[in-house]
Design a protein around this ligand. Structure first.
Ligand code: 13P
Length: 255
């Protein structure tokens, strides 16, 4: 095995929470506490607060990146309500989520559409964080790997394995999101290893470099055991990223 050089990434996905004042004070408090983080840190606020969060990060000169929760598959044009990758770059984003399970569930996004968003993100110079994960019914039916790998496959087919040099995969079991139920470290590690092995079937080198992060009820008290698994390269944090104290604690759990 090559030495692992994957720098951990901890990203806080605020989902549809907060207000301008909340976004400013939360990002300010996080930026204040994470002047020298051990991991790469990203904050992923709702679209209207991107520039306020960018300003707070700048004001504290904190090494924190900005991300968005979704991106249009289109570059520009008559697509009311959508936001392009170029606009997100323009607002200071480095990362963007594609295929979060809440987008797949609430908006019927298919893996083929997610793959198009992945391409659009990269074309705009953003790093897509492509989210994959199974429901509880799929896990109970023994379909976890099949579901997760087919979601990944859709992106590999369209973008090619080389695209994963500039992408992150997030494994987020749907049954663990916002439920307080976390995958055990062994369950999560097993899926992360399958994801890496699938990428490795196309390129060993890229499989060794790509960051595969875990999301689903990560909290300060379970972060260490999850984040120390071999194939887990960081976390995508929902609820616990809405408190500076708990988010910072999770960021500091990375060794
Ligand atoms: P929770 O941490 O609230 O379970 O959310 C996980 C998630 O969906 C992050 O994108």
């Amino acid at each position: 095995m090559e030495p692992v050089t994957r720098h951990p990434l901890i990203a806080g996905n605020w989902k549809m929470h907060g207000s301008q004042a909340f976004a400013e004070s939360l990002s300010g408090a996080i930026a204040q506490s994470l002047k020298k983080p051990r991991a790469e840190i990203a904050l992923i606020p709702p679209f209207p607060y991107l520039t306020a969060v960018a300003a707070a990060i700048r004001a504290h000169q904190a090494p924190i990146d900005l991300g968005a929760q979704d991106v249009s598959a289109h570059a520009e044009g008559a697509h009311t309500g959508e936001v392009s990758g170029a606009m997100l770059s323009d607002c200071g984003c480095r990362f963007v989520l594609v295929g979060h399970s809440e987008r797949r569930q609430d908006h019927g996004e298919t893996s083929a559409q997610v793959a198009q968003k992945f391409l659009a993100a990269q074309q705009a110079g953003l790093i897509p964080i492509v989210c994959v994960g199974e429901t509880l019914a799929e896990r109970d039916a023994g379909q976890t790997d099949k579901v997760v790998l087919s979601q990944l496959e859709a992106v590999l087919e369209v973008a090619g394995v080389e695209a994963f040099e500039h992408a992150v995969v997030a494994y987020e079991p749907v049954w663990a999101i916002g439920t307080g139920k976390t995958a055990t470290p062994a369950q999560a590690q097993a899926v992360h290893a399958s994801i890496r092995a699938r990428i490795g079937a196309n390129s060993d080198t890229i499989a060794g470099q790509v960051r595969v992060i875990y999301g689903g009820s990560v909290k300060p008290d379970n972060a260490l055991e999850i984040l120390s698994c071999d194939d887990i390269d960081g976390g995508l944090i929902g609820g616990a990223s809405l408190s500076a104290e708990s988010f910072v604690e999770i960021c500091q759990a990375v060794g």
